[in-house]
Design a protein around this ligand. Structure first.
Ligand SMILES: Nc1nc2c(ncn2[C@@H]2O[C@H](COP(=O)(O)OP(=O)(O)OP(=O)(O)O)[C@@H](O)[C@H]2O)c(=O)[nH]1
Ligand SMILES: [Mg+2]
Length: 191
């Protein structure tokens, strides 16, 4: 079991938003508030501190009073969520990092507590899942994975599932798939 204070929360808002026409998804308004801000508000009470991963409009995000980290310089150009994971692992000052995507505004209020219960000796990474499958953007991991992830990315790999498959991992099943409703298209945003 890991204590809340030992966990840094990272909101992933560093994507290209190509299915939304290339906009910065984290800044898109949803129910009167930018998506990334909703994610930060939902995550903050669940962790010791929060940070945000972004590659555009860094000043706009920083204005909310949150630490903002771009992807590592040698991984610039939207190389995928693992680049954001690595930046978070490198900047976290706690032994654990938990990630959430910016585009999933209803994620469970007990997400981190439940992932933390499954973090034991011999486990490096804990993923959320539903009956529909894993939700790899919701991931609690040891900060010590930074070196392994850096090597993986330096080898040219980018796939999230492949990186996770070679680690000692646990999964926590959440009953309500609606909590993982994810905004990818203009239709999703309008709904
Ligand atoms: N830091 C970082 N995060 C990313 C990157 N690509 C995707 N993400 C994040 O990973 C999460 C899931 O990504 P997607 O739902 O595919 O979002 P997206 O890549 O912005 O959107 P599409 O371009 O339409 O695929 C979102 O929270 C994104 O912000 C990246 O290159 N760097
Ligand atoms: Mg994408």
């Amino acid at each position: 079991m890991v204590e809340r204070a030992e966990i840094t929360g990272l909101v992933l808002a560093g994507g290209q938003g190509s299915r939304l026409g290339g906009v910065d998804k984290g800044l898109q308004m949803y129910r009167g508030q930018p998506l990334a801000r909703t994610a930060l508000e939902r995550l903050s009470p669940q962790v010791g501190r929060v940070m945000l991963s972004a590659n555009r409009h860094l000043d706009d995000y920083a204005r909310w009073g949150v630490l903002v980290w771009p992807d590592p310089a040698d991984l610039a150009g939207y190389q995928g969520p693992l680049a954001g994971f690595l930046s978070g692992l490198q900047h976290a000052e706690t032994p654990y990092l938990v990630t959430v995507p910016c585009d999933c505004p209803q994620f469970p209020a007990d997400l981190v507590a439940r992932l933390a219960e499954a973090m034991h000796d011999g486990v490096d990474l804990v993923l959320a899942r539903t009956d529909a499958g894993p939700e790899p953007a919701f991931c609690l991991m040891r900060r010590s994975l930074a070196a392994d992830l850096r090597r993986y990315l330096e080898s040219g790999e980018r796939k999230v599932g492949r990186w996770m498959a070679q680690l000692r991992r646990a999964e926590v099943t959440f009953d309500d798939p609606a909590a993982f409703f994810n905004i990818n298209t203009p239709d999703d945003l309008a709904r």
